[in-house]
Design a protein around this ligand. Structure first.
Ligand code: HEM
Length: 513
């Protein structure tokens, strides 16, 4: 009996020694490569600190202590934060083939997509398949095609303006992000799913409820825990995620989105013979075909088009990536104009001048041809980039500017920190749209401004987002002004997660011109 216990104890001791050795080895990677990192806690790595503070505060703290490149561990998984613009240019543009994948999709989302038989879309798509899909989808975002969607965008703008009219009549301040969030969701449902609702007037649908519910259920700590868990128990994580996918509301919301979209595609295919086509993303993706690729003669017909489940995955991605981001851009721009009345007047003057010189101009043309409007939006995106960080994964060990990165390393690109760095921006905290005038841009490193990312994996929806936001602001500012009220919090308290939000909302007044 003692002999058995002795052997058991010995085995446990050996197992513990092995685990300690594995941990010691795993936590030695960054040191061996000469990449500085914060002190680690066994098992958690730097996860505890990341759960306590926002990812951008974490980046700020350790960039200040370690310089422009540092690493950290989630569990035993390595991430590298890179704020060095030369290295970023290599990762995002010059050697982008070695960093073609962005972040890994959370396991729970993989399981939910699998349960619903939904395609992977673009955001989390990898390698060659990502290249193929991006090639097919890119023409959908040409200026010519986006212009065709303007009537759907204008419809949303009209109902937004009538809501602002009511708010103005009441004379109260309003939490503007909430209004814009309904507007951009409504527009996204119309352009990506062909589903017309009037959320701003309180008229929703099963699809709009599922979409709104989906956004409420996403949380950053869930993803930090997942990354830590994944580094020790990947198989168990898969089982737990499969269970979560079946039981959590997130899975149910996605099922509604998936089933509704598939039935819309089906009915459009059935009606295609009557030649009555709607101009929206859904239809464009249904008709999309990759252009000829002379360098790839073997590309077969089937690989140049998208399946229905891929189309649903893509439309879902557009909603995921395009709804909250665009509404946040609009909300922060309105806030900045409200607290900078001089800049607001300059913008309104530019809009008036444009319409005086171009009587009867369309909303699309006006929004594309007022430079000051462009500068204002870009400056708002500098100060408040909706996505404060983006990511890449290294798929081939390589050395860049003397730093070696191993295959499998994940990269955090600290967009917000770069936008607020005094090294690249004079008085970075000041709202100054003229930074984006041709003279203001002269000599600036383009990598210092990346609200939509950069390189081949940059935001595919940038033009659509800017078109929607510009048209929206032109329409509003021809009738109203944003005004600071006693409820307006200055400076804003922020919550930073995958996206950044104003903690207590943004309350401003809507005044009539
Ligand atoms: C102000 C609005 C928006 C901002 C600030 C924004 C920002 C970003 C950023 C930072 C990325 C990652 C880029 C990189 O890592 O280099 C991204 C990717 C993406 N965005 Fe946007 N986005 C916006 C609106 C939209 C809209 C309206 C859509 C769709 C209609 C969209 C669709 C996507 C997609 C599909 C990707 C993944 C692209 C890929 O991996 O190939 N975004 N966006």
């Amino acid at each position: 009996m003692m002999g058995f216990l002795g052997i058991l104890l010995l085995l446990i001791t050996l197992l513990l020694i092995y685990c300690c050795y594995r941990l010691y080895h795993a936590y030695g990677v960054l040191k061996r490569l000469g990449i500085p990192h914060p002190p680690v806690t066994p098992l958690m790595g730097n996860g505890i600190e990341l759960l306590k503070m926002s990812s951008t505060d974490f980046q700020e703290k350790w960039l200040a202590k370690c310089g422009k490149v540092f690493g950290y561990y989630l569990g035993t998984k390595v991430s590298i934060v890179v704020a060095d613009l030369d290295i970023l240019k290599e990762i995002m543009i010059k050697q982008s083939d070695k960093f073609v994948n962005s972040d890994a999709e959370p396991q729970i989302m993989i399981e939910i997509r699998r349960n619903n038989n939904m395609g992977s879309g673009l955001i989390f798509q990898k390698g060659e398949e990502w290249k193929r899909v991006r090639r097919i989808v890119t023409p959908t975002f040409s200026s010519k095609k986006l212009k065709l969607m303007m009537p759907l965008v204008e419809k949303g703008i009209n109902s937004l303006c009538s809501v602002l009219e009511d708010i103005n009549k009441k004379g109260q301040s309003v939490n503007i992000p909430k209004i814009y969030s309904q507007f951009t969701l409504e527009t996204m449902l119309a352009v990506a799913f062909g589903s017309e609702v009037n959320l701003l007037k309180g008229e929703g649908s099963a699809l709009s409820e599922a979409a709104a519910g989906f956004f409420t259920d996403l949380s950053e700590p869930l993803f930090i825990w997942e990354a830590i868990f994944d580094s020790y128990f990947p198989t168990l994580l898969k089982y737990l995620s499969a269970l979560g996918a079946r039981t959590l509301p997130l899975g149910k919301h996605m099922k509604v989105i998936n089933d509704t979209s598939l039935s819309i595609i089906k009915s459009r295919r059935e009606q295609s013979h009557n030649g009555d086509k709607r101009e929206d993303f859904l239809q464009l993706l249904m008709d999309a075909e990759a252009p000829d690729d002379p360098e790839n003669e073997s590309s077969i017909k089937a690989s140049r088009v998208l399946t229905d489940k891929q189309i649903v995955g893509l439309c879902f991605d557009f909603m995921l990536a395009g709804h909250d981001t665009t509404s946040s851009m609009l909300a922060f721009t309105s806030y900045l104009l409200a607290i900078n009345p001089h800049e607001q007047e300059q913008l309104c003057q530019a809009i008036d001048d444009y319409y005086q010189e171009n009587e009867g101009a369309s909303l699309y043309d006006a929004s594309q041809n007022i430079p000051y409007l462009d500068w204002v939006l870009h400056e708002a995106l500098r100060l408040y980039p909706p996505g404060p960080t983006t990511a890449r994964v290294c798929n081939e060990t390589c050395t860049i500017n003397g730093v070696t990165f191993l295959k499998g390393f994940r990269f955090d690109i600290p967009i917000l920190k770069i936008h607020m760095s005094p090294e690249y921006w004079d008085q970075p905290e000041v709202f100054n749209p003229k930074r984006f005038s041709p003279e203001g841009k002269e000599g600036r490193n383009p990598q210092a401004y990346i609200p939509f990312g950069s390189g081949p994996r940059s935001c595919i929806g940038m033009r659509f987002a800017l078109m929607e936001a510009k048209a929206c602001l032109v329409s509003i500012l021809r009738k109203y002004r944003f005004e600071r009220s006693p409820d307006t919090q200055v400076p804003l308290k922020m919550v930073v997660a995958a996206l950044q939000y104003p903690k207590d909302g943004i309350f401003i007044k809507i005044a009539k011109v």
